[in-house]
Write a protein that binds this ligand. Structure first.
Ligand code: URA
Length: 246
């Protein structure tokens, strides 16, 4: 994203306030983000069996056709309980591609990702590093809400995988921000605890798109003491996007 797309650069204190980090924390120097503990790692795809129907190939669809295909998708049972599909929103040629887990109740009702309480915190977090939410592209691993917000099943994620892969190709971002454990596990093909995944830069797919893992805002709402780490991870991601590396 060009510098001119960014909203006015907030002061350090404004960053922290936007993230909901108590002001007393800002009296201390923000500790430098540690260099990646391990060399960058490569994620190559889900490895999950993707049900093939013969005519299911979205790899050449443009945005309107891809969105239309998702809106009528019946590849897994979630279509029966959804109100609306949640395709994604924001700048389709953004530098930042933000990938969460799955729509919740609010998203299922409105057809837009991250619009509930967790979404409002995510919006504040993005603002804290100088982006409005319409300046990044936001989507999820799943395009339909799992009942009672349970974790996505591997088969459901596999059914949605081709949509996400095509979105990644079309956005062609400078950075993927994997929001939360589920997104991180699916994108990195691991079950390593998110506390160990965060704080490093990975590379996704053949194009080796830099990928940073961050705590899910729903988790941060329950554990506000972890916001400091999320702030560090956002700064790490920002450095990657601006070419400063890790
Ligand atoms: N949580 C997510 O991971 N995605 C959403 O869209 C909303 C909540």
């Amino acid at each position: 994203m060009a510098e001119s797309h960014k909203v006015g650069v907030p002061s350090h204190g404004e960053y922290l306030r936007a993230m909901g980090i108590q002001q007393w924390l800002s009296r201390n120097r923000v500790p430098p983000v540690p260099a990646p503990a391990a060399p960058v790692e490569t994620a190559t795809g889900s490895g999950l069996p993707v049900p093939q129907t013969g005519d299911f190939d979205v790899s050449s669809l443009d945005w309107p056709d891809l969105e239309a295909r998702v809106s009528t998708c019946e590849r897994c049972a979630l279509h029966a309980t959804r109100n609306r599909t949640v395709f994604g929103s924001g700048d389709r040629s953004a530098d930042w591609l933000v990938i969460g887990e799955a729509p919740g109740e609010d998203e299922d009702r409105q057809g837009e990702p991250f619009v509930g309480c967790a979404g409002q915190l995510l919006t504040a977090m993005l603002q804290a590093i100088g982006y409005r939410r319409d300046q990044v592209y936001i989507t999820n691993i799943l395009k339909c809400r799992p009942p009672r917000n349970r974790d996505p099943l591997p088969a459901e994620a596999a059914c949605c995988r081709a949509y996400l892969e095509r979105q990644i190709e079309l956005v062609n971002p400078k950075l993927i921000l994997a929001v939360g454990r589920i997104a991180a596990h699916h994108l990195l093909e691991t079950d390593t605890a998110i506390g160990k995944l965060r704080g490093k830069v990975y590379h996704y797919g053949e194009d080796r798109i830099p990928l940073v893992v961050i705590y899910h805002p729903a988790y941060l709402l329950r554990s506000p003491q972890e916001k400091r780490k999320a702030w560090e991870d956002l700064q790490l991601a920002q450095r990657v996007v601006s070419g400063g590396g890790a």
